[in-house]
Write a protein that binds this ligand. Structure first.
Ligand code: ADP
Length: 636
């Protein structure tokens, strides 16, 4: 079956064969005519026909046969007269019969060969490497793909031992494979082979035993599919899967795998009746609850199981509703991000552990835009208890510091506060003495006594108000989140420092834009900021010649913020001091602590605002703080 296309080589030998055949026929003819062998030699024409048959072309056989017949007859006619015809004629007829039979056989053989060649060409079309070997393993057929894949041409491969040529390594012992092949007539398996240039190919081999007509095994047809790339891709996939698995199992970050495909379907069939999705979800908590059940958890890593206090993934999955708590507002956000095909969604929520303890967590849900990505939604969860604790500790430290600073500020104001408290006390004493005098008269004037007592009560109240204001200012309490009218804060702060300013000859004016919306935060802390700024202004101007003014203004900036400015007519701030002004412990005062502005800035930023300063040396300084309006307040 060594039918391999050797077009150019065969056409050259074909011409040779043709001329050989013709030369032989002519030689036989000459011998027949010129020698007394009497037609017997004509049998040798058979050789000429067989030679022509070797060209593998039907026409050549027919032409050769016809030529031989003609030559036989011509030779016969030339060498015999019509009288002595009987026995030579017989010999001629035998010769012709021999030529005829040979021609027929040659034609049949040609047809069979052609059929085989056609079949073999089909094998060449295959994408698989196909070769045949005989029982001893010698290659007898080698198709085109085998040539391309292994690198050996058919000429090189034919006649070689297949196993040796390809250096095949089998998954099992060779004898076992051969025994199985003999037994069932087939074998399939994955083997490794080498190409001509030494590369290793992984191939899926399918073998089929060939038998002769008597059922005796004569050879094996091997069909091999090159799966090197497929195997490499598969093993890369397996490796990547193993890597992912290791990360999933060993990560200290909680990971949960979820299938949101049902959720996608539910969202797509959702009729929001023209409303935005967020609005619809807020108005339909039932749908949100239902949607949460549609997000099916497929796996939970050990870190998240531990975070939730669940013993195993199934314990987590069974109790997921408890774990996420009733009021998981972050889910609505995640749902909207998913509907809008965002790549991820981040948020904070609380996990309710199975033992009931709440764990604050930060999470990121990632959505994949790949086909089938909805089936593989990954959420990464980090326990932020420690971070929250650290944040709380920081806030507590800040509050402590702010309190200390308030005490220090009041320390600076002691003289004026003492004076302020002293005033009503002095008035009480004066009124009390006057009352006594009215009482000790011969006829006590009880009306006057009553009037002085009313004055005493009024002054007493004033004194107690001053004390109350100071006590409130000094109160050590955790930061509050109240809705605050900024005008009230300004007034209280101004009252606290009014005496001090007056002592230094500073004229304080304050104006508040009408109708400012409330802000949200801690009343005392904000008051402290204003007191600090006013005391600083006062200290900057003290001892300065000329008019001393401090202006406090509150105005709306935009729909979101208001601004408060504290402007003085002092010396202003030196440009070189500007960059460090808000740094802790920066002070230019001999007894200063340098914490006032640092605390002011931290406080304002903790309220979501900003504190800045502008100053022209010699023309005063203006501190400006912005604060956001309270979100709970309905916008006009
Ligand atoms: P302290 O008052 O203890 O120095 P602050 O942080 O309140 O600490 O102030 C830091 C510095 O900023 C002050 O020492 C002063 O130099 C400068 N400063 C603050 N307010 C004003 C102002 N209104 N005019 C000029 N300088 C000011």
């Amino acid at each position: 079956m060594t039918i391999h296309d050797r077009t150019t080589g065969s056409s050259m030998s074909r011409a040779g064969l043709r001329s050989g055949s013709a030369a032989l026929a002519v030689a036989v003819f000459l011998v027949d005519v010129l020698t007394p062998l009497e037609g017997a030699v004509a049998v040798l024409y058979v050789v000429a026909i067989l030679l022509a048959a070797k060209t593998n072309r039907r026409d050549d056989i027919i032409v050769a046969a016809a030529g031989c017949v003609i030559l036989t007859i011509v030779a016969y006619l030339l060498s015999h007269d019509l009288e002595s015809i009987a026995s030579p004629l017989l010999r001629v007829l035998v010769s012709l019969a021999a030529i005829g039979i040979t021609t027929l056989l040659a034609l049949q053989n040609h047809a069979a060969t052609k059929r085989l060649a056609a079949q073999a060409r089909l094998l060449n079309l295959s994408h698989d490497m196909i070769f045949a070997r005989d029982r001893s393993g010698v290659i007898t057929f080698w198709n085109k793909t085998a040539e391309q894949a292994y690198g050996w041409s058919a000429d090189e491969a034919l006649g070689q031992l297949a196993d040796k040529l390809l250096r095949t390594t089998y998954p099992d012992r060779r004898e076992v494979i051969e025994a199985g092949l003999l037994d069932t007539g087939r074998w399939e398996g994955r083997v490794q082979q080498r190409t001509k240039d030494g590369a290793v190919l992984t191939v899926d081999a399918r073998w089929a035993m060939q038998h002769d007509r008597l059922g005796k095994p004569v050879g094996v047809l091997e069909t091999h599919t090159d799966v090197t790339d497929r195997v490499a891709a598969h093993s890369a996939l397996v490796q990547s899967e193993q890597r992912y698995r290791r990360m999933f199992d060993a990560s200290r970050i909680g990971v949960v795998e979820e299938d949101w495909s049902d959720l996608r379907a539910a969202l797509q069939s959702l009729d929001t009746a023209g409303a935005g999705l967020r609005e619809h979800l807020v108005q339909h908590p039932d749908f949100v609850r239902h949607a949460r059940r549609l997000a099916k958890i497929t796996d939970v890593n050990p870190a998240l199981q531990k975070m939730a206090g669940a013993n195993g993934a199934s314990a987590f999955i069974e109790n997921v509703e408890r774990l996420l708590g009733e009021d998981d507002r972050s889910f609505v956000g995640a749902l909207i991000a998913f509907a809008e095909r965002e790549p991820f969604y981040e948020g904070e929520t609380e996990l309710v552990r199975l033992d009931g303890r709440k764990v604050p967590v930060l999470f990121t849900i990632t959505f994949s835009s790949e086909p089938g990505g909805d089936r593989n939604v990954l959420a990464f969860v980090v326990d932020i208890t420690e971070r929250e604790q650290a944040q709380d500790a920081l806030l507590a430290a800040q509050a402590e510091l702010a309190h200390a600073a308030r005490v220090a500020t009041l320390g600076e104001l002691t003289a004026s506060i003492a004076h302020e408290v002293n005033q009503p006390l002095a008035a009480i004493v004066t009124s009390g003495e006057a009352g006594l005098r009215w009482l000790r008269r011969e006829v006590p004037d009880l009306d006057e006594v009553g009037a002085t007592i009313v004055q005493i009560v009024g002054e007493g109240r004033r004194a107690s108000e001053i004390v109350a204001r100071i006590r409130t200012f000094l109160k050590k309490a955790p930061a509050q989140q109240d809705s605050i009218d900024i005008a009230e804060i300004i007034e209280e702060a101004a009252l606290l420092v009014a005496r001090e300013l007056a002592n230094d000859g500073v004229v304080l004016t304050f104006e508040t834009e009408h109708g400012l919306k409330p802000v949200r935060g801690d009343r005392i802390q904000l008051q402290q900021v204003l007191v600090n700024l006013l005391v600083n202004a006062c200290q900057a101007m003290s001892g300065q010649p000329g008019s001393r003014t401090a202006k406090l203004r509150a105005i709306a900036v935009d729909g979101e913020h208001l601004a408060i400015t504290v402007q003085d007519s002092g010396p202003g701030i030196r440009p070189e001091d500007m960059p460090r002004l808000f740094d802790p412990f920066f002070t230019t005062k001999s007894g200063g602590m340098g914490m006032g502005l640092a605390i002011c800035r931290t406080t304002v930023e903790a309220h979501g605002g900003q504190l800045s300063v502008e100053s022209t040396p010699g023309a005063g300084a203006t501190f400006r703080l912005t604060l956001p309006y309270s979100q709970e307040h309905p916008r006009p």
